[in-house]
Design a protein around this ligand. Structure first.
Ligand SMILES: Nc1ncnc2c1ncn2[C@@H]1O[C@H](COP(=O)(O)OP(=O)(O)OP(=O)(O)O)[C@@H](O)[C@H]1O
Ligand SMILES: [Mg+2]
Length: 267
């Protein structure tokens, strides 16, 4: 048998070697082969607080494909932010694997993770994190000054519909406008992936929809893979796929046959 010739070399069971194969493998019912941008296997994160151990992620397996719009949905404490932070190189798992393309995020050093975040990841958080003493344009320029292939600052601001506000300070903008500046800052580096942790969590209904429109537009126009955390099940209608998290596990994966536009969502 062939196995007798190849022997039982443990290298064939090697984890890194498994990634390209996994990248081509489509789940039943999924859209045909787009390559995997993220692959996680048995991803586990434990936080230790004194004597107490919190299992934030328990052996999570997932693939997120090129250009996909994925929503992470689940109750508070289910591990959504922990997962997003590991995919974004802000945190490292306790065990298991997390690949961005062929980069092993679980074993990367601090310098490599910093480079990964700087060159490839756009983050958007619930509370904008703009620098109050800098104008809109200056906030975005902070990123374009260090990114390898940025878009012009004004183009990024225009993409989120804030061209007339370039010289305003954050305090002179509404919450929704500030979030759009945060998105402009995230996309100005032309990131491969846009990771959003409750981007509409602090916004009212109408403003939240405008922000979702912007994220959907970036995903559609630039093919930027988007992973969006929300508590709001209605937002899941926008996604290609919804990963449901509960108690540190992905409990269910849903695929939308048709993605809704943010205008079609209601909650
Ligand atoms: N730095 C930390 N130290 C200790 N425990 C943590 C830390 N970060 C998260 N946890 C714990 O890990 C679990 C998952 O947290 P996580 O922030 O990922 O949840 P979440 O799904 O994003 O929740 P929320 O919807 O409230 O933001 C929670 O029990 C949380 O208390
Ligand atoms: Mg969270």
């Amino acid at each position: 048998m062939a196995a007798a010739h190849s022997g039982d070399s443990p290298r064939h069971a090697g984890t890194a070697a498994a990634v390209p194969a996994a990248a081509g493998a489509a789940e039943p019912g999924a859209a045909p082969a787009r390559s995997a941008v993220f692959v996680a296997r048995r991803l586990t994160k434990t936080y230790r607080m004194g004597d107490v151990e919190v299992l934030a992620l328990r052996e999570v397996d997932l693939e997120i494909r090129e250009g996909e719009f994925v929503v992470l949905l689940g109750p508070s404490g289910s591990g959504k932010s922990t997962l997003l932070n590991i995919l974004g190189g802000l945190d490292v798992p306790t065990s298991g694997e997390a690949f961005w393309r062929d980069h092993d995020l679980a074993r990367a050093g601090e310098q490599e993770l910093t480079r990964y975040r700087r060159d490839h990841v756009g983050f958007v958080f619930q509370f904008y994190n703009l620098i109050p003493s800098l104008t809109v344009r200056e906030n975005v320029a902070l990123v374009t000054d260090i990114a390898p292939h940025p878009m012009p600052v004004d183009e990024a601001i225009d993409l989120v519909g804030l061209a007339p506000r370039g010289n305003h300070f954050p305090s002179q903008l509404s919450g929704g406008e500030q979030q759009r500046v945060a998105i402009a800052r995230a996309i100005a580096k032309r990131p491969d992936v846009l990771l959003c942790d409750e981007p509409t969590g602090a916004l009212d209904y109408g403003t939240g929809k405008v922000v979702l429109e912007v994220i959907a537009r970036i995903n559609a126009e630039f093919g930027t893979t988007a992973v969006v955390i929300t508590h709001n099940a209605a937002i899941a209608g926008m996604a290609d796929r919804i990963l449901h998290l509960a108690d540190g596990r992905v409990t269910r994966v849903e695929t939308n046959a048709r993605r809704l536009t943010p205008a079609e969502l209601s909650w």
